[in-house]
Design a protein around this ligand. Structure first.
Ligand SMILES: *Cc1c(COP(=O)(O)O)cnc(C)c1O
Length: 225
């Protein structure tokens, strides 16, 4: 069994070092502990080590787990089907994986019927261009942002992206940089849209992602494996 306390300390130190390399403050990078396949007991242990923000990638798995854990903030980091939106809104404070206007519209519609709206959302961009990856294409991102930002009940906070599997973390850098540059470009076209959050970086590449401007790292294995 992994020593979660030691892992949390190590990951936090690595986040701080990566942030410092860019004169960024460590507290400007949110650690989202990804708990797919992690048991509620271990999640509570992680909370005892100071973690508060957790990510799940499937509504189904989260539905059974989240109610067993009090006092945490939950993010949906995996893809969301429209027929699961209502359930997702009961469970999650932020959805990282909005990849089209129909999904954004459904979230808006359901959020307006639910207590606790608006819900925070990120637009997932397919920065690797791999066909099996989710996300809107970089070319279509500005159009989706301009559509989503008009919807009531949702608060568009930024973009999310995933680098492809690469042999060295350094090889992920151009993908993260492209997401930040895309965000800057879209923000240039729509100055009233904040897009402050960049959800990028996982166990194998989070330090490079932070150097490229990540504000949310989604980390599973480095904490729980
Ligand atoms: C599993 C998962 C993560 C965490 O991956 P690790 O490599 O274990 O850090 C991050 N984001 C998403 C969308 C995931 O499904």
């Amino acid at each position: 069994m992994a020593d979660i306390g030691a892992n949390v300390a190590r990951v936090r130190a690595r986040i701080a070092e990566a942030a410092a390399r860019r004169s960024r403050r460590p507290e400007d990078v949110t650690l989202v502990a990804v708990t797919k396949t992690v048991t509620p007991e271990r999640i509570r242990e992680a909370m005892a080590c100071g973690l508060r923000v957790f990510g799940e990638n499937r509504v189904q798995e989260a539905r059974d787990k989240i109610p067993a854990i009090a006092g945490a903030s939950w993010h949906l980091v995996g893809s969301l089907q429209r027929n699961k939106v209502k359930e997702a809104l009961r469970l999650f404070e932020m959805i990282h994986s909005v990849d089209g206007l129909p999904l954004a519209e459904e979230i808006s519609r359901r959020a307006l019927q639910a207590p606790g709206h608006p819900v925070d959302v990120l637009i997932e961009v397919n920065i690797s261009g791999e066909p099996q990856k989710h996300g809107v294409s970089p070319e279509d991102t500005a159009a989706l942002v301009s559509g989503a930002v008009r919807l009531a009940g949702i608060r568009l906070r930024g973009l999310m992206g995933m680098a492809p599997a690469v042999p060295r973390p350094e090889d992920a850098r151009p993908f993260f940089r492209s997401l930040r540059e895309l965000r800057d470009r879209v923000r240039g076209e729509m100055p009233d849209v904040a897009l402050d959050e960049l959800s990028m970086g996982m166990t194998d590449d989070f330090e490079v992602a932070i150097e490229e401007g990540s504000t949310m790292v989604r980390i599973g294995r480095a904490l729980f494996a």
